[in-house]
Structures are given as C-alpha cells and as structure tokens.
Design a protein around this ligand. Structure first.
Ligand SMILES: NC(=O)c1ccc[n+]([C@@H]2O[C@H](COP(=O)([O-])OP(=O)(O)OC[C@H]3O[C@@H](n4cnc5c(N)ncnc54)[C@H](O)[C@@H]3O)[C@@H](O)[C@H]2O)c1
Length: 245
C-alpha cells in the first residue's frame, strides 16, 4: 500500500485509523497538534511493526499543512491516501458563540480539509491517482444543539467530498466521506452525563452496543484501498443503524 497521511492521529478515531492503515501495509504520516497523544499513536504503530512518521502541526496553519504533505512525501513516498479526520467541537449555545470560536472551528474542521486535499491531490495527480477520505458526523443529519459551528463544518465536508469527487475523478482520485455516529472517545466529554448519554445512544441505534474506533477505521481502510476502486463521491454512515440513509 502507498503512503497515507492521517490528520488528528492523536485522537481515538484517527489513532485507530492510522494503526489500521499501517497494519494494511501503508507507511503512515500521523499528524496532530498534540505531541503527547501523537507519541502514543506512534508507539502503538511501531509496536505492531508499522512504519510511522509523526508530524506535529497545527491545521489552522495552511503552510504547515503544505509542509506536512511535502515532508511525508520526502520521507515515506508520495501521499496517495489522505484521511482528513481532525476536528474540534466546542459546545456553546449558538447565540453565545464568539466569531473567533466559529473561525477556529471552521479553520480546523473545514478549511484544513480543503488545504490538505489540494496539497495531496496535486501529488496524487502526478502519481496516477489516490484516495481522499473526509470524516463528517451524524450530527449533520439532524442538527445538534450547542454545536452549530461544528455541524456546519460537517455538512460542508460532505459537499466538498462530492465536488472533489466530480472534479478529481478524471485523475483517478477518489474522494469519499465517512460519517461516524457516536463513538466513545474524548469527543463525548462534552456531554455532562456519560451514562445517560450512552442510554440515549443505544435507544437510537439499531445495534444495541457502542461502536469501537476499529469499526470506524475498517470502513476508512476499505475506502482507502483497492476494494473501493469504483467508489467515489459517497458518504458512508458508520453509526450502528442510528440514522439510515
Ligand atoms: N467520537 C465520535 O463519536 C464522533 C462522532 C462523529 C464524528 N466524529 C468525528 O471523528 C473525527 C475524530 O474524532 P475523535 O472522536 O477521534 O476526536 P478526538 O478529539 O479524540 O480527536 C481529534 C484530534 O484532532 C486533533 N486536532 C484538533 N485540533 C487540531 C489542530 N488545530 N491541528 C492538528 N490537530 C488537531 C486533536 O488534537 C485530536 O487528537 C472528527 O472529525 C470528529 O468530528 C467523531
């Protein structure tokens, strides 16, 4: 498998995805702003015999994204798989969100997806194609109180997915989206009552158990690999049958 770049690789879903792609044989550039959690991801991948290059970078900085894609290419070979996974999710009533917070959410969850896709796709086009996977969220379907900025960006990345799939298809670059339901990660700490939240989730899912990060990672790996060679422009819901589309 060719080189993969995973953003937000210090977080639960990004970590599982980076690990899974490495187990599938991809050299993985693992990017995160959090050096400590990224080091844990690096150690995990090295322990299973994978090749990993940790890159500490802030996705709000477009030049840093360009540099990360270039570094990954230099050290591991051209990036042919990009997983735009990082996100921030500050929770606050819409009427109280400062513009600076909105801008920050937009920069990480949306603009960085654009910048990374552009930097990676330029190289993919030169090397015969590739795959881009954007991570959305179940929240984009039904809305979610106190998360308007986050939900907005998740809708945007599904639209970006379709636009890029159409435009980059002639270059053999496939662009897809995975939309996670509720996975028990750090993202859940925004809910004050963990047990109540789990009950809420299980009532809504068709499957009456919590999903695992590995179950999300396996769908990303499918979209990244040759088994999905004729799949582009799609959003795959990975939510235990909560929202069905
Ligand atoms: N966990 C869930 O239930 C759930 C549900 C729906 C969607 N998602 C989506 O899945 C993806 C991964 O979520 P997660 O649950 O693993 O969250 P997480 O918070 O564990 O991981 C997100 C990672 O992004 C990194 N990050 C944040 N800002 C950054 C920046 N400026 N530069 C570089 N890295 C930055 C964080 O350091 C963190 O490691 C996100 O896109 C999230 O929106 C998660």
């Amino acid at each position: 498998m060719t080189t993969a770049l995973v953003t937000g690789a210090g977080g639960a879903l990004g970590r599982a995805t980076a690990r899974r792609l490495a187990l599938d044989g991809a050299p993985v550039a693992a990017l995160d702003v959090d050096e400590a959690t990224l080091a844990e991801t690096t150690g995990l991948i090295e322990r299973v015999g994978g090749t990993v290059l940790p890159i500490v970078a802030d996705l709000r900085d477009a030049a840093a994204i360009e540099a990360a894609v270039a570094t990954a290419a230099e050290r591991l070979g051209p990036v042919r798989v990009l997983v735009n996974n990082a996100a921030v999710y500050p929770s606050r009533p819409f009427l109280e969100v400062p513009l600076a917070e909105y801008d920050d959410v937009q920069a990480v969850n949306q603009r960085a997806y654009w910048v990374a896709a552009q930097a990676a796709a330029r190289r993919m086009a030169e090397h015969g194609g590739g795959a881009i996977i954007n991570v959305a969220s179940i929240t984009m379907h039904g809305g979610w109180s106190d998360l308007a900025a986050y939900v907005t960006t998740k809708g945007a990345v599904t639209a970006l997915t379709r636009a890029l799939a159409r435009e980059l298809g002639p270059r053999e670059i496939r662009v897809n989206c995975v939309s996670p339901g509720a996975f028990p990660t750090a993202a859940e700490t925004i809910h004050p009552d963990p047990e109540g939240y789990t009950r809420f989730v299980l009532e809504r899912q068709a499957l009456k158990r919590r999903g695992t990060a590995e179950e999300l990672a396996s769908v990303v790996a499918f979209l990244a690999g040759p088994d999905a060679s004729f799949v582009t422009g799609q959003t795959i819901e990975v939510n235990g049958g909560w929202v069905m589309t």
